[in-house]
Design a protein around this ligand. Structure first.
Ligand SMILES: *Cc1c(COP(=O)(O)O)cnc(C)c1O
Length: 361
């Protein structure tokens, strides 16, 4: 059976090479007579796997010894509460740039903790169709938190934001993690649920600057405490061993491809096929966000009626393309074009969009 063209928003497509490598190793990992899933996380073989995955994260983002990498559970959603629990203390205020559903959830968790939150900027006035270009911090900011790619609305930050010196910048990069080169040193913390760009669901990768980590609140419950995770090499409790192994394979694939410059070129080419199909459709397909802020990872568009959108999604499925329905909160259509989506899949979708328009336009 052929594989489908998978435009799912997450969990999402994985590289075929990675799936085949995992398959080959699944029954008997490197002649050990067992699979990675069955290994003790305290074994030296597993330690080698997590160490290599940790090292690959740092190599790919050019990070030195001043950064640590953690593999945690609870998804990006758990980070929405761990970040303020650890860093919004001693009267310091969480500052957030609100750009969509995920930042809204991050704000909600801060409020549930009974902590103050300051909206440094928001795109809510225009239904999150753009990235705010300026922001205003509160007094005594703990940090500024941004969402670098808005998975549901289809906007993306195309530059690392400028922040007042001394204010830690924290980014939820779940849906554009390792999709392009960034100036990672600008960030005190980056986190990403693996299931969009770098692996299966089950782990969140946290990159954290050690001097920022040292400012975290002490005495938090162990599983909420970044320092506990760091001191225990992400093994305070049993980590999601197989997922971390899979992330390691995806990172190896990224490096084999030539690193983030190559990944970014490929992502630009894929997005261009589809945005061109939108822009050359005379309004048959309508992009939903400002062109300069368009996401290269989640391409959102609408058509004249919801019936037409439903027909598009079902016809696309017959043509072997799945995952094109927009998020239930925003409606419309969405094509997710993460790192692992092959270029021919994006080309096939663009072609299909042209044919569908000819038939139904
Ligand atoms: C998917 C997503 C999340 C939620 O991730 P979970 O791992 O399901 O908690 C958070 N932020 C962004 C930007 C996302 O795309």
């Amino acid at each position: 059976m052929e594989r489908v063209h998978n435009f799912n928003a997450g969990p999402a497509v994985l590289p075929e090479e990675v799936l085949l490598e995992a398959q080959a190793d699944l029954f008997n990992y490197k002649g050990m007579g067992l699979s990675v899933m069955e290994m003790s996380h305290r074994s030296k073989e597993y330690q080698a796997i997590i160490d290599e995955t940790h090292a690959a994260v740092k190599r790919i983002y050019n990070l030195g010894d001043d950064y640590d990498v953690l593999f945690l559970q609870g998804g990006a959603s758990m980070q929405f509460l761990m970040v303020p629990m650890n860093f919004a203390h001693e009267g310091k205020i969480a500052n957030i740039i609100h750009t969509g559903v995920w930042s809204k959830k991050a704000i909600g968790e801060i409020k549930k903790l009974g902590l103050p939150v300051h909206l440094a900027a928001s795109s809510e006035d225009k239904n999150h169709s753009y990235i705010p270009k300026t922001h205003t911090l509160s007094e005594n900011p703990a940090y500024l938190h941004i969402t670098t790619n808005n998975t549901i609305y289809g906007t993306e930050w195309h530059h690392d934001p400028e922040v007042q010196a001394g204010v830690p910048l924290i980014a939820d990069m779940s849906s554009n993690f390792m999709s392009k080169p960034i100036d990672a040193q600008k960030y005190s913390m980056i986190y990403a649920g693996a299931q969009k760009n770098v692996g299966p669901a089950g782990v969140v990768v946290v990159i954290i600057k050690k001097d920022f980590l040292a400012t975290a609140k002490e005495g938090l419950p162990s599983m909420m405490d970044y320092n506990v995770a760091a001191k225990n090499g992400s093994m305070f409790n049993t980590p999601p061993t197989f997922t971390i192994y899979m992330v390691g394979l995806v990172l190896k694939w990224i490096e084999a491809m030539g690193g983030l410059d190559k990944v970014a070129l490929n992502n630009q080419a894929k997005a261009k096929y589809i945005y061109d199909a939108i822009d050359n459709s005379n309004g048959f397909y309508r992009g939903t966000v400002d062109k300069e802020d368009r996401s290269l990872m989640n391409i959102t568009f609408r058509m004249a009626t919801e019936d037409m959108e439903a027909l598009f999604i079902s016809e696309a499925k017959k043509a072997g393309m799945i995952g094109l329905k927009g998020h239930r909160l925003s409606g419309g259509c969405r094509a997710s074009t993460y790192n692992s989506l092959p270029l021919p899949a994006a080309h096939a979708l663009a072609q299909f969009m042209g044919e569908f328009m000819k038939k139904n336009g």
